[in-house]
Design a protein around this ligand. Structure first.
Ligand SMILES: [Zn+2]
Length: 132
């Protein structure tokens, strides 16, 4: 199991594999950076890059399309880190967010993003988008 920061690096390496990999590479070659990174961290020689990513995705949801941080749950509607609205529609969750919950959530964002101007801008955009 990876920590959040470690998982962010793993996500980057995973993306690199997609972006820079060649068609004639095997999956192990294409994602060798990720596999090597995982081995250094855990000492375990994983050969399936998807398995590394899924350890985390099962618990915390997939990485945000905007900032690559994991959503907190597979059912999350918003990214906790940047406020990005998740594009995938959620069909298997009974929980609906009330307006009250959204505001509580936005307050958390504000305190987290003061030292990160770029994220603060995206938070502002998210707020405008939400009409808060
Ligand atoms: Zn995000």
């Amino acid at each position: 199991m990876l920590h959040t920061e470690e998982y962010q690096i793993a996500t980057k390496l995973y993306r690199n594999g997609f972006e820079h990999g060649k068609c004639n590479m095997t999956r192990t070659e294409r994602f060798s950076e990720l596999l090597n990174y995982y081995k250094e961290l855990t000492g375990f020689k994983e050969t399936n890059p998807n398995a590394i990513m899924h350890h985390r995705i099962d618990l915390y949801g997939p990485p945000c399309e905007c900032c690559s941080k994991p959503y907190r749950t597979p059912q999350a509607k918003f990214c906790a880190a940047c406020g990005h609205k998740r594009t995938a529609t959620v069909t298997n969750s009974n929980h609906t967010f009330t307006e009250e919950e959204q505001k509580w959530w936005q307050k958390l964002l504000e305190s987290n993003t003061i030292s990160q101007p770029v994220l603060a801008v995206s938070t502002l955009i998210a707020k405008l988008d939400l009409n808060l």
